[in-house]
Ligand binder design. Structure first.
Ligand code: ADP
Length: 233
């Protein structure tokens, strides 16, 4: 069964084609990487996937619903980690998670907040205002916020940017747990190591197109594969 269906997706900014006729599927329970150089169109795709930006033409369906008209029900099944932290600076870490948790109707909310703040090494700073957090702390809290409601589809747009080694390892452990529960992951990166660590399938993107999609196996020389595709495109 497909969690995501992308059909002839096009996104234009003026005359510029950020996504140029992209078609692929992501199966339920798959951990799917979008790998490509800066400007390939990864973030544009993620914004469309999460309903933040409308396509110029074509469509993306998530759990059967078109991203142009997401119902509340489907929105609740998504967790997005991106450059935008979606955090309120004037609230504490705990208050931010409390706000989102109530919005998403999370049960046993206090227990869940405590659990995820501890995992992201932020429990001791729970009552501090987000405005006083470092970039890495904000990113850790953004991860906690995105995972608090146990989303069925977790969208991670370069999630390790700004994270220290420990937080990166903790994020990867959280991702392992998500995979073990057969939830779906879309992960954008330009880091080959992270693709091996996290993903089952990788789509190589360049200049608004998906060049090829392949399974991630130990035997795959991803660097060679990636460079030959990107340099040839
Ligand atoms: P990636 O995430 O792979 O680095 P992006 O999706 O951010 O790539 O960008 C793809 C291309 O689309 C880039 O050339 C970028 O400059 C352009 N682009 C992205 N957003 C906008 C926008 N709002 N207006 C104009 N051009 C944009």
């Amino acid at each position: 069964m497909n969690a995501i269906e992308v059909r002839n997706l096009v996104k234009r900014y003026g005359n510029f084609l950020a996504l140029n006729d992209v078609t692929f599927n992501v199966k339920k329970g798959e951990s799917f990487a979008l790998l490509g150089p800066n400007g390939a169109g990864k973030t544009t795709f993620v914004r469309i996937l999460s309903g933040q930006v409308k396509p110029t033409s074509g469509e993306v369906r998530v759990f059967g619903e078109n991203t142009r008209e997401f119902s509340k029900n489907v929105k609740k099944r998504l967790g997005v980690i991106s450059h935008n932290t979606f955090l309120y600076d004037d609230l504490s870490a705990w208050e931010n998670l409390g706000f989102y948790g109530k919005l998403y109707g999370v049960e046993s909310l206090d227990k869940k907040i405590k659990e995820i703040l501890s995992k992201m090494n932020l429990y001791e700073r729970a009552d501090d205002l987000v405005r006083n957090f470092s970039r890495g702390m904000k990113q850790r809290l953004a991860i906690a916020r995105a995972l608090l409601h146990s989303p069925d589809l977790v969208i991670l747009d370069e999630p390790t940017a700004g994270l220290d080694i420990q937080s990166r390892m903790e994020l990867f452990r959280l991702i392992d747990a998500i995979k073990a529960e057969n939830r779906t992951i879309v992960f954008t990166t330009h880091n080959l190591e992270e693709v091996y660590r996290v993903c089952d399938v990788v789509a190589i993107m360049n200049k608004g197109q998906v060049l090829e999609i392949t399974e991630v196996k130990e035997s795959l020389d991803l660097k060679e594969y990636y460079l030959s595709l990107v340099e040839g495109s």
